[in-house]
Design a binder for this molecule. Sequence first.
Ligand SMILES: Nc1ncnc2c1ncn2[C@@H]1O[C@H](COP(=O)(O)OP(=O)(O)O)[C@@H](O)[C@H]1O
Ligand SMILES: [Mg+2]
Length: 231
Amino acid sequence: MLIDIKDVFKIYNEGYENEVRALNGVSLQIDRGEFVAIVGQSGSGKSTLMNILGCLDIPTYGDYHLDGTDVTELSDRQLSHIRNKQIGFIFQGFNLIPALSAYENVELPLIYQGVRTREREERVMDALERVSLADRCDHRPTEMSGGQQQRVAIARAIATHPPIILADEPTGALDSKTGKHVLQILRQLYLEGTTVILITHDNSIAATAPRMVRIADGSIVEDHAQEVDWL
Ligand SMILES: Nc1ncnc2c1ncn2[C@@H]1O[C@H](COP(=O)(O)OP(=O)(O)O)[C@@H](O)[C@H]1O
Ligand SMILES: [Mg+2]
């Protein structure tokens, strides 16, 4: 089991008047190589769950084992290490660094990982080629369309070859045609063995994933495999 979450609660401002139970006893198991859509309305707890899945935050209560490691026991430093090794993040707002070129944005996580110059070059260009942006490597985010920026963000997420891709509303800021292109790239990664977790509020996008998990008011209310036309 790659991801094993058991009875996880995330409670903001616990014990205060403004207490929010963003996750209310969530259990979720995801195997290596799955493609899972997590769908729910705004405020249902999707981003909170993503932050926990991605080791950006830890549960208030409950267990999380990632690839056999008990994540709730780790220090911030260890959490950041496990994040760098295991997970490629894609966000709705791209989160690229404006002052850096596409190439430099993709290169950054590889520098953090201590990958040497020569191999870095190879991996950056490889990742940019995979999203059909090798010819734009010198462009800054401001010189690119939203779809191109998101593809740079995907290149950045895959350059470190993470076993897991965690995408929070990756098509949320894109028109439907560019959004489809981004989904196609995620599908291709899945077909090559990457575990893809796609978070969305959009039922029609969730319907295109081989497994769909629905969250409502901090609880999982639906979790099943489904037929998709691209497999
Ligand atoms: N840092 C925080 N402090 C207090 N409440 C929060 C915080 N983050 C999220 N929440 C609340 O937790 C609930 C779930 O939020 P979120 O996980 O962002 O939902 P979604 O991503 O599905 O829109 C919401 O009611 C939200 O207002
Ligand atoms: Mg959200």
